[in-house]
Design a protein around this ligand. Structure first.
Ligand code: HEM
Length: 422
């Protein structure tokens, strides 16, 4: 790709060897534009630094911390229903924009513990992120943009840097507000959970990082940038795709509705202990991420020869790409691959497939650190949405949906969803 030698692995047997190898722990040059946006954060770091960060950040995602966020997830669920109700009777509800705003707000609350002036902040962040991601895609996918001189002369290098600086200053502004308002070491309590029994009070990742790690201020800032960027687009796109799938496959939607009523009830908040029982909802999420993974491809830098079997050696110094979308939609792995069928994720069916055939949250040591957070968040939001509203989509099947592939994956013409009250 570009002027770089890249091995694209299609066979799960080979992917398995690479994805779990200690010689493929580093991200390759295709992540550089993302690194420019986030600084030195978990998604793009490599080597010893990545290991250290992963080790110190992992406890920030422990179950108690995640359970403490359920109150916020519930608030967002209630809020989403109110916003969607305003669009009852209207075609093409702006689902990406409604969800994007909500997830960005949530990411800022859980990562930094600050309430935002979301209207103005979101507008500014949204514009900056959109332009940044567009330029990132041009830089990564277009051959000549890999030559720095061309990238520079086109004026896009400067433009890209400007957007990165604007993003950085918006985040710094939020962190400053946080330091001014919260003083984490003195005032750890960011919210009160009245009706959640013994669930701890919310504790933003930023606080946990400041108190419990030896990361310095710049490292913490870069990790906060990373959380916000890694959480926002992925969760927004996943939720939009789930609502679209449920809008097409109405029979599955009714089954999910029954599960929600059974587990959570017609009224009241979703409790952390409910989430484990939302088994069909979890399969719906996994099946949607099979058809619409976070990104079409992920890749690694190979830091030493890797023997992948069958007398094939991947040599040191090249990149390896794993085409997630191709694997997930491969008819030899998933029968009738474009059929939306959550039963594919029943344990007995998962056991029949080779391990490296599903990458919803990736696999191996560099899998998604936010997977549990994302799963809990999406289940709570869906419980509120499906309990109050019925979703419909103009699409008739998965095959109808054109994809827009950048570093991430979206539906080219949006979800085409409309809603009715139950
Ligand atoms: C539906 C939502 C999400 C999906 C589908 C998703 C998917 C993924 C995937 C596929 C990767 C591997 C990327 C690669 O290797 O190129 C990844 C990595 C990562 N994700 Fe997520 N993600 C989601 C939500 C989140 C959230 C909510 C957070 C943070 C709160 C997060 C933080 C990260 C981080 C930090 C990494 C890099 C981990 C490392 O390399 O050590 N993600 N995610």
């Amino acid at each position: 790709m570009g002027n770089k030698l890249l091995y694209c692995l299609m066979n799960p047997k080979y992917i398995e060897k690479v994805i779990n190898s200690t010689k493929a722990l580093d991200k390759d040059c295709f992540y550089e534009p993302f690194a420019q946006m986030t600084g030195e954060g978990l998604v793009t770091l490599g080597g010893a630094k990545w290991k250290r960060h992963r080790k110190v950040i992992t406890p920030s995602f422990n179950q108690r911390v995640l359970d403490s966020f359920v109150v916020l997830f519930n608030e967002k669920g209630v809020d989403l229903v109110k916003k969607l109700e305003k669009h009852v009777g209207q075609r093409n509800v702006p689902v990406y924009s409604i969800l994007g705003k909500m997830i960005l707000e949530l990411a800022c609350q859980t990562s930094m513990g600050v309430e935002l002036d979301v209207e103005s902040l979101e507008r500014r962040l949204d514009e900056v992120l959109d332009k940044q991601i567009h330029l990132f895609t041009e830089k990564t996918l277009i051959l000549w943009n890999h030559f720095e001189v061309i990238w520079y002369l086109s004026g896009k290098k400067k433009m890209y840097q400007d957007y990165i600086n604007r993003f950085g200053s918006i985040i710094s502004e939020v962190i400053k507000k946080k330091i001014k308002d919260e003083k984490p070491n003195e005032q750890k309590k960011l919210g009160i959970l009245n009706n959640y029994g013994d669930i701890p009070e919310k504790h933003a990742f930023l606080d946990t990082l400041i108190e419990n790690t030896d990361l310095d201020e710049n490292e913490i800032r870069d990790e906060v940038n990373t959380f916000i960027l890694a959480a926002t687009e992925t969760t927004t796109n996943a939720l939009a795709a789930i609502l679209t799938m449920l809008g097409i496959y109405r029979d599955v939607q009714e089954e999910v509705y029954k599960e929600i009523i059974d587990v959570v009830g017609v009224e009241g908040e979703v409790m952390p202990q409910d989430l484990i029982r939302m088994e069909l909802t979890e399969r719906v999420i996994k099946e949607t991420l099979r058809l619409f993974p976070a990104g079409p491809v992920m890749s690694r830098y190979v830091s030493g020869d890797i023997d992948i079997g069958d007398n094939i050696i991947i040599p040191e110094g090249v990149s390896v790409a794993v085409p997630l979308l191709y694997i997930h939609r491969n008819g030899e792995i998933y029968e009738d691959p474009l059929k939306f069928d959550p039963d594919r994720f029943l344990p007995e069916n998962v056991a029949k497939r080779p391990p490296s055939t599903y990458f919803g949250f990736s696999q191996g040591p560099r899998s998604c650190i936010g997977s549990k957070y994302a799963m809990m968040n999406m289940k709570v939001i869906l419980a509120h949405a499906i309990r109050r509203l019925k979703f419909f989509s103009e699409y008739k099947s998965v095959a109808d949906i054109e994809l827009k592939m950048t570093m991430l994956l979206r539906m080219k013409h949006g979800p085409k969803v409309w809603v009715e009250k139950r």
